[in-house]
Design a protein around this ligand. Structure first.
Ligand code: SF4
Length: 429
């Protein structure tokens, strides 16, 4: 399924929901008003609060010199890391994969420490997934597990899951849908679930899943923590009766269980007695696109190393994740595109970035580019500004449910797109 843009509307690239019903008011080359989007989307579409400029070691340079310097750094590196791309278009991601092949680089993204295992299970058809349109039209039981879309994807409930009328759910949330939230704290989303909120202790997800599977099998559920067994039986009953059930998996669940086998087991059990699907609550607007593009090219969705001079020789493993590559100091330069690893990984993990050349390509100054600029001890630090995708450049992206969304630029910019910068780096190598 591909969603092509209606010419009156724009696509918001503020999160992986890729809302395609956005209206804007433009004054000259600026967006001055954004309609329909949530607060997060408005902030994204109005542009960066601190735009990036081309710099080397904190000194301003012109963009052509910045691109030439990037090519020099990457050419001279023994094992560079190409990382990020969750906020880049499909075309830029494909260029980055081509660049990694040319360089014999390690390539990885944030899915390596978040939704990667869930997406891998979906790509390998171990878990059934569906589209958000099907959820809107058919879902009668909606489960948010370790997810708080009211903050992470603010229009999720109103556009697709709980609140809208659907073809087979004409009576909407009042009568036709049940929404369950399972989480360790009473989030904003949990409050909307009312008495269908199931609070579990920190790291209690795997045990809770086991107990739920027991309850679904007609056994008495048991957990080692203090919990009212009747509530687990009540939840099992809701899930059993679903005609079209959907579980939205958030990072709370993924981080808690580590290994996703319990989720696969639960989905198998649910699909023996009911009809259930799963969609991961992907954050960055095109993280799933990166995983899909790399998977199509190599058979792996992240943590890949291409052999220099033999790009068909592809290796995959935990040692090629950004975390292990930095911990083991196996990379000697980093190209970070549309990502901010310093704000999502512990400082002790990313410390090595201060000792190697780092190139950041981004429309906005990030915590990573700002910090490396001021604290880099040994490496050259290079920043290259790019056009803001969805606003200043068009392209396509893969929504959290795997649907492709095509979008056009809304305003013009002097900055090149990620794809153009990567193309020029490849040409300069
Ligand atoms: S929910 Fe996400 S895609 Fe939709 S308007 Fe908000 S930030 Fe943009």
């Amino acid at each position: 399924m591909v969603i092509l843009l209606n010419e009156n509307y724009h696509v918001c690239t503020g999160c992986a929901l890729l809302c395609d019903d956005i209206e804007v008011v433009i004054d000259g080359s600026r967006i001055i008003e954004v309609k329909t989007a949530c607060r997060k989307g408005v902030a994204r579409m109005k542009g960066c609060s601190k735009p990036m400029s081309p710099t080397v070691d904190g000194q301003e340079i012109d963009i052509n010199s910045a691109i030439a310097t990037a090519a020099d750094i990457l050419r001279n590196a023994r094992t560079p890391l190409v990382f990020g791309l969750g906020n880049s278009t499909d075309m830029a991601q494909k260029k980055a994969i081509e660049l990694a092949k040319r360089l014999g680089a390690v390539i990885d993204d944030t899915s390596s420490f978040c939704q990667g295992p869930i997406l891998e299970a979906i790509f390998n058809e171990k878990i059934r997934s569906t589209t958000l349109e099907d959820v809107r039209n058919k879902a009668d039981v909606i489960v948010y597990w370790g997810a708080d879309p009211s903050n992470s994807h603010p229009r999720h409930l109103s556009k697709f899951s709980y609140f809208p009328r659907g073809l087979e759910r004409q009576r909407g949330w009042e009568e036709d849908r049940t929404m369950v939230t399972i989480d360790i704290r009473k989030s904003h989303t949990a409050k909307i679930s009312g008495d269908k909120f199931y609070q579990i202790p920190l790291q209690g997800d795997a045990e809770f899943i086991d107990a739920l599977i027991d309850a679904l099998s007609g056994k008495v559920p048991k957990v080692s923590f203090d919990y009212d067994t009747k509530r687990i039986l009540e939840l099992a009953n809701i899930l059993k009766k679903a005609r079209f059930g959907i579980i939205f998996v958030g990072l709370g669940l993924v981080y808690s269980i580590g290994n996703i086998d319990p989720v696969v087991k639960l989905m198998d059990k649910l699909n023996k007695i009911s009809d259930f699907y799963l969609i991961p609550m992907v954050g960055h607007y095109n993280m799933r696109g990166f995983n899909q593009n790399l998977f199509n090219e190599t058979g792996y969705l992240n943590r890949v190393r291409f052999e220099k001079g033999d790009s068909n020789n592809v290796r995959h493993g935990v040692e090629f994740s950004i975390v292990e590559s930095l911990n083991n100091k196996t990379i000697d330069a980093a190209l970070i595109i549309g990502s901010d690893p310093l704000s999502s990984l512990p400082r002790v993990v990313v410390e090595h970035l201060l000792n190697i050349p780092v190139i950041t390509i981004d429309p906005c100054e990030t915590f990573t580019s700002g910090n490396i600029k001021s604290k880099s001890k040994l490496g050259t630090n290079l920043t290259i500004p790019s056009a803001l995708s969805g606003v200043e450049c068009g392209g396509s992206a893969i929504r959290m449910d795997g649907v492709e969304v095509v979008f056009e630029p809304i305003i013009e910019t002097d900055y090149p797109t990620d794809e153009e910068i990567l193309t020029r780096i490849i040409e300069a190598l």
